[in-house]
Design a protein around this ligand. Structure first.
Ligand code: GRF
Length: 191
């Protein structure tokens, strides 16, 4: 059976990238990651991608005249490789209209909070500061707004401790399973 081609976009550590690739290798998802896009040359995710043999496009946005310009390059790479879905996994950039138009309803993101609460780059810390007891993770379609777009899946973490590292690990563990569930929904068009 034909495997769905995915691209993963990441800027940092890449634990979600690795979880997706492993799930593909283990047959938990009938898909393959054909391209990793990274806007931070030197990011740890690139080491992980080298280990798994995933083709990488690492770029420095400052070397392009505009977001439209680098997104055009990326969109062409996605098309050439027959990518069906783009999974943002810690990609610390707003996706612009070039990619959103070419991959309409085919770009998803994972965010470490129960959206629409705690959007932005410091979601876990913001939730802790607010006194939250039920934390969580959300996967959603990407639109032009920050952490906006229709929700696909959510997972919850009950935590009343005070160790942010422990909490972050718990949240990451949920993320890795949730992304696999969401990608299966995308592949089977059940969302
Ligand atoms: C995750 O917490 C994800 O929800 C957020 O960025 C983080 C990326 O972690 N969008 P990793 O690079 O996949 O380990």
């Amino acid at each position: 059976m034909k495997r769905t081609k995915l691209a993963v976009f990441a800027s940092g550590s890449g634990s979600n990238y690795e979880a997706i690739v492993k799930a593909c290798c283990e047959g938990l998802i009938n898909a393959e990651v054909v391209l990793l896009v990274c806007d931070k040359p030197g990011a740890k995710v690139l080491e992980r991608a080298a280990r798994y043999g995933t083709e990488c496009f690492a770029f420095n946005p400052k070397e392009y005249g505009s977001r439209e310009e680098y997104e055009g390059v990326i969109a062409d790479m996605l098309d050439e490789r027959g990518v069906e879905y783009v999974c943002l996994a810690g990609y610390m950039r707003i996706v612009g209209r070039v990619l959103l138009e070419r991959y309409e309803q085919r770009i998803v993101n994972i965010h470490p909070s129960l959206l629409p609460s705690f959007k932005g780059a410091h979601a876990i810390q913001d939730a802790v500061d607010y006194g939250v007891k039920i934390f969580g993770v959300t996967t959603h379609f990407v639109d032009e707004t920050l952490d906006g777009g229709r929700i696909i899946d959510q997972g919850a973490v009950v935590y009343e401790g005070s160790d942010i590292e422990e909490l972050t690990t718990m949240i990451h563990n949920i993320e890795h399973k949730l992304y696999v569930k969401t990608i299966n929904k995308l592949i089977n068009k059940k969302y």
